[in-house]
Structure formats: C-alpha cells, structure tokens
Design a protein around this ligand. Sequence first.
Ligand code: BG6
Length: 511
Amino acid sequence: MNPQQAPASPAGKRPAPPCTLVIFGAGGDLTKRLLMPALYNLAVDSLLDDGMKIIGVNHGARETSEWRDDLHKSLEQFAADKASTFHAGKLDDQAWDWVAQRLEYMAGEFETDDTFAQIKQKLEQTPGGNVIFYLAVSSRFFEPIVERLGNAGLLKEGDVGGFRRLVIEKPFGSDLASARDLNAHILSFAKETQVYRIDHFLGKDTVQSILAVRFANALFEPIWRREYIDSVQITASETIGVEGRGKFYEQTGAFRDMVPNHLFQLLGMVAMEPPNSFDAEAVRDRKAEIFDAIKPLTPDDVVFGQYEKGPAGVGYREEPDVAPDSTTETYAAARVFVENWRWAGVPFYLRTGKRLAGRRTEISVQLKPVPFRLFRDTPVDALTPNVLTLRIDPAHGTSFDFNVKTPGPVMQIGAVQSSFDYGDFFAERANVGYETLLYDCMLGDETLFQRADSIETSWCAVDDVLHPESGGAMPVHGYPAGSEGPAEADALLARGGHAWRPLQRDVVEKK
Ligand code: BG6
C-alpha cells in the first residue's frame, strides 16, 4: 500500500520488522480462514513492513497467480459471510493488493529434502533476513518439517540480526509423553526462544482483556480469592458439530481438542498471580505456576459425552468419517482444583462440547453468599449470587449479576444484571485473532505463546484421564444434539452443591 494513502498504524503500534513468512500448508484451511485474513488486517493497519514476503509451500504444482486468486476468492467469501469471524464486508482493495504482491507459491512435499533446499535457495536471495516458518499443517508433519529445516541450516540465526522463528499450531502432542517427545525433538533443532507455540484463544482481545479487567481495576483483585469466590465456571460450548473434521476428531475428541490447551489457558488467565511486569517471561512464569498447581485430574473429576440424534440434528456416529460405534467424546466437563494459597478449595468447572444448546465461550466467577439474613423474608440462600461473567465469544464483554431493591413500598430484593458490550464502546473490527499473534511473532514478543514447560505441565495434569491408572477407558454418556449436555455433567457439579449456568439464557447478546 502506498504509505501516503495508508491509514496510520493504531496508536502506539509500530510496524513489524521486514521478514519472510514461509507458510507450510499454503493450500490448507488455516491459511485461507485465518492467516490470510490476519495478514490482510495487518496490512490495513499498516503494521507490516514493505519488505515483507510470503512464500506458501504445499504439495501440488500451482501457479502463484492461481494461489493468489484462490485466496482472494475465499477472503471475499468470508468478508461477505455474516457468520464468519472475518465479516469485514467489502475488502479494501489496496490492502489486498499489498498482500497479493508479496505472495509466492512454491510446490513442495513436506518430507522431501529437496523442498528445503529450494526454500534455502529462495531465502539466500535476502541474506541475513528475518524468517518465520509457519507450520499450518497436520501435526504429523511437525517433526519431519522441523528436522529438515534444522538439517538444512535454516533455523540458524545470524550473528548480526536475522531471526529464524518457528510457529507451531495445536495439537501440540496428544498426551504428556508425545508432547515431551515433540518438545525434545524441536528443541534439538531450535532454541526455545525461536519456538512460538500457538493457542489461538490467546489471540482474542476478550481473552487478553481478562488480565486488563483483573489488573487495571481496583474493584476486582481484592476479592479475587478463595475468601470471596465460591466457584468458577469456564465454558466453551458450540452449536456446530464436527463440520467435516470427523477424521481429526475421531482421534482427538473434545477433551484433548479443548481442555488442556484452550480451557486451561483461560483458567491460567483467571487464576494467575499478578506478574511484576508485562514481559513475556514474567507473564508466562505466573501462568506456569498455575498449571503446576493444578491438582492432577482423575477420571472421577471428568465427564465425557457424545451427541446423539436430537433437536439439532443427527448423532455424532452418523457424521461423515466417524465410526458407527465410535466412543470418541464430543463433550467434556471437568472439575479442577488449583492447589495454592489463593485458590485452595475453590472448584473451577470446565466444560466444552459440540452440538450444544448455545454457542458461548465465557468465564463466570461466582461470589460467596452474603454472610447473614438481613432482609425480612428473604433467606440468604434465596438471594441470587453475584456472578461476574467475562464473555469471550460470540458476545464480547462482561456482565455482572447482583441484587437491588425492587421498586415499591415493600423492601423486596430482585436480581438484575449490568453488562458491558465492547461494541457499545469501541468500533469492533472483523479480527480473526491471529493478527496479534502474527504481529507479536514478527516483533519477537512471546507473551501470548506457549512455553515448553507449560505445555508439559498441562498435559501432565490430565494424563490420568487419558491413560487411567485403573486401565479401561472413560465412559462416554449420550446427550441429544442441541441440548445442555449429559446429565452426568450436572451430577458432577451437584456433588459440590453447584449447577451449570444454562447455555441458553435470556441474555441480550449483541452479535
Ligand atoms: C479449535 C478446535 O482449536 O478451537 C475446534 O480444534 C474448536 O474444535 C475451535 O471448534 C474453537 O475456537 P473458537 O475460536 O471458534 O471458539
């Protein structure tokens, strides 16, 4: 984009340094759905350097022009689709042209040395340059690609500048042993500071805002502890099914797909101690302490479910690429305790699932009841508990449930809700969440990326669920497609005197 015509970068943001972004998996869904919209948005904000290049590697011969046209077409489709995260409306042609001019397609197999020799040749044209290798590929290619990058000398950083960074998507391993092996493998070719392990939840503004709500307000932190907090619910429920990802899902299941990564990340943000600064290591150290303090889950702390035919459609077993007798879970709920001074005894209830009654990713922090009955005829336990809900998706904002006197001559208590919606205060952008992550990676800021130790402690906390000591597998309970989940998940909370917040609620949610 011509700098004269380009909009100014958002306040306080400097353009990223020049770099070449090599995307393995150029023809994949992630590149189309998330990376390209994110690069486009960064271009709109003038946060990319004019010297940037984007090389897309994929098997299958193709002209660069074909790849560009394909990406443009899908970008336009997403921009026009109201249901898409990237609902930008009409594209800014200048910003797209800026990105398009920098795209180059390269045909190459991920497990062939020749591919890496070719990449090397291309990179030699910009000697000493910065390079990011983005692994937007199936996890089975992580090791072969990193190994070949390492062997070809492509991960060696120059003495005078010139960074080499690796971005790795989830799933990062499928249990503790495989995550350890993968970390060890990667770290035998690259330094930890070169590795950017992505959890896309951390790219969401509403997730980053958890720390802002906690640490930029005097109101919350004093009560953010066991003395005042009764319980915390972390929900990531979806109404969609497996959406053609049957093959992947059959091997992964809801628990591995969401719990030790996305939901634990939310838990970490809610439970971590205040860091001394916003330096990457300071923040990641505090979060790592939480993962380390999670009491290892046992099968007793977890409920698995699988959707069956119901109001929202067919059962999981009837989905394409799913075995007719599949026992893969499409729902998981867990009761988690963080064993430290601040959180001892406070249950964190986590749940996630496909084909549920509502789409909501949110964290509800429920406060303890008031200590005694002051209002005539209103028993303390009949008062609606105070709940602060941090809404991550699709509504963006917060809400707070509290009690007031109802109008009229009698002193009666009524429950009300006060809420804040991002859209009422800020112009919401069609961000896909990868903007910040890509930009931070270019700047070398690792705050929002997973460190090897945290990945391993997270897997460690759930290892007994994945490989029960008692042998056997976790039971999987049916729930109707479009429902609130299996009854056994209600029982899990009832044991602690709690109940899930309904997924279908009468909350006015924008978006
Ligand atoms: C992905 C999971 O990591 O996160 C998907 O593999 C899930 O199964 C998705 O649907 C949810 O992310 P979001 O941002 O749409 O809530």
